[in-house]
Write a protein that binds this ligand. Sequence first.
Ligand code: AHR
Length: 578
Amino acid sequence: MKKVSRRRFLKQAGQAGLAVAATSALGRFAIAQTQRVTRVVIDSNRQISEINPHLFGSFLEQLGRAIYEGIYEPGSKFADADGLRTDVMKEIHDLGVPIIRWPGGNFVSGYHWLDGVGPKKNRPTVLDRAWNTTETNQFGTNEFITWARKVGTEPLFGLNFGTGTAEDAAALVEYCNVEKGTKWSELRRSHGYEQPHNVKFWCVGNEMDGPWQIGHMEARDYGIKAADAARQMRAVDPSVKLVACGSSGPFMPTYITWDRTVLEQCYEDVDGISLHRYWGNTDETGHDSSKYLAMNLAMDRQIEEIVAVCDSVRAQKRSGKQLFLSFDEWNVWYRARNGDAVNGHRKQAPHLLEEPYNLEDALLVGGLANSLMRHSDRVKVACLAQLVNVIAPIMTNENGILRNTIFYPYAWALKYGRGRALNIQPEGPSYEVATLGKPIEDIGLAVPGFGQVQYLDVMATLQPEQKTATIFVLNRDLENEQELELNWHDLTPSRVIGFETITGNDLKALNTFSDSEEGGAAGGGRAVGRVEDEREAAGAVVFGSDAFSVRTGTREPGLWCRQCSGTVNVFLRTLCFS
Ligand code: AHR
C-alpha cells in the first residue's frame, strides 16, 4: 500500500492533476499505478452552458400509488390538514426538485381536468383507461398546485391531447393563470383559489405518436392541433412556455419523421420539444452489464439527433428562433412493464410500475445525469420519470419512506449539477460496444452500437459564486481499476470539500423496506455520507444501498474508494473541490 502525505495529495489535486483510483478486486488500497488513465482538462472558460435550474426535474403521474398513497394519503399518520404526506414532502423539498410534471403521462390523454376541481364530494369517480384504474379525482389541479408550493417546486402541466380539445387546453390555462373576471378564472376563485396559479410550463400532449396513446394521431394532424392550441393558450397568457410532443423514442418506426413533421406545423408556436426514453438491461444490451453501463450514450445520441431535427426545421423555415429540448421522461424501466404491473384491474391506487432498482441501475442513472449536463446548452428541462412509488427513487409504505438506489445519483445531480457545465474532453481507455439488440418495446427497432466507449464517463461543473467545482465520474470497468487525472488549467483548488460514491460487490443488489433498520428513510439515510471534513474527504467513504457494505474513511490521503470485495469494480462518484 502506497502512502501519500496529505500535503502532497493536495498539491497533486490542486496543481498537477489528481489521480482517483478504484481499487483492485482484493480490496487493496492503491494510488493508481496502472496505465489505465483518463485525462481531463478543467478550464473554467470552456463552458458548455449555464445549467438550467430545471435540468433535474421529475414527474408524478396520476398512476398507481404515485399520488394516492404516495404524496396524498389523508388517512396516513404523516398526513397534514390537506391530506398531503409530510414525510414525502420533506424528502422532496430537501432534494430540491425544481420542476415536476403532472398529471401524466398516458393518464393525461383521457383526463378531464374539470373532474378534478371544485368540492371533493362532487367529483366523479371515473375509469382511467390508460392504466385500467379507478380514479376518484380527490386529487386534482388545485391540490397539485398546493402540494407543489409546499415542496417548493415549479409545476409542468401536461395537457390532454387525446380526448381533449385545444379549447379545453386554453380553458385550463385560463383557470390557472388569469386573475379574475372571466368564466374560468372565476370558477377557480369560486373553488377557493383567489390568486392565479401562474403555471408557466405546459406539455402540449403526451406521446401522441404512440399507438398505445388514447387519441393517438398522425404527426401532421398533431402538429396542426398543437399550433392551434398554442395560439389559443398564448392568447390567454402570452408568457406560457410550450413543449410540443416529440417522438416517444428511437425505438419508434416514426422516430425523427414524427418530430420533423410536427415541427413543420408548429415550430413558431412552441418553445421546446419533448424527448422520452427508458433503459433496461434487457435483450437490447444482451443482459450484459458492461453494455448496459454504456447506455447513457444513447441519451447523448438521442439529444443530438433531436437537436439536428429542430435546427434543420429552423433552417427550412428561416426562423430566428431556437427550440429547447425537454427530456421530460427518462429513467430505467424494464421489469415492472407488463401484465399486472401495468394493469390496475379497475382498483384504486393499485401497485403499478413499482420497479425495484439495483446498483447497476443507479450507476446508469448517474451516467444519464452526466449526459444531460453534457447537453445542457439545449436541454433546458428534464424529468426523471417518475418520483414516488411509480418507477421511482422514493417508495412509501404506511410507516415511511424507502430510498431506492437511483435516489442517490439523482440527489447528487440535484446538489452538484448546477452552475456551469464544463467541456472537459475526456481522453482515456475504452472498450467496444459494437452492437445493440432489440429494445424492450414491442414495436421497437434496434439502434446501432456505440463503437468505442470510454471506461470513465466524466463530467464537471463549476459554481463560480461558491468557488467550487464538482467532478462526476461513472466507472464502467467491471474488471479493472481505472485512473482519472484532473488537469486544472486556470484554477487551483485548495481542498476537497466532499465526495459521494456508490459502489458495491453486487451489481444486482437493491434496497428494500425489510433491509432497512427502521423500515423507513433510515434505510437510505444510513448509507449516505457527505463528507464535510477535509481530513475525511481525503480518506475513503464508500456507501451504497443497504445491501452494500458501508465503509467509512481510512483518512488516508488520496485514497478515494475502497472496493468492498468480489469482482465488481464500478462506481459512480462526485467530488467537490473548493
Ligand atoms: O412514465 C410511465 C409512462 O411511460 C408514461 O405514462 C408514458 O408517457 C410513458 O410511456
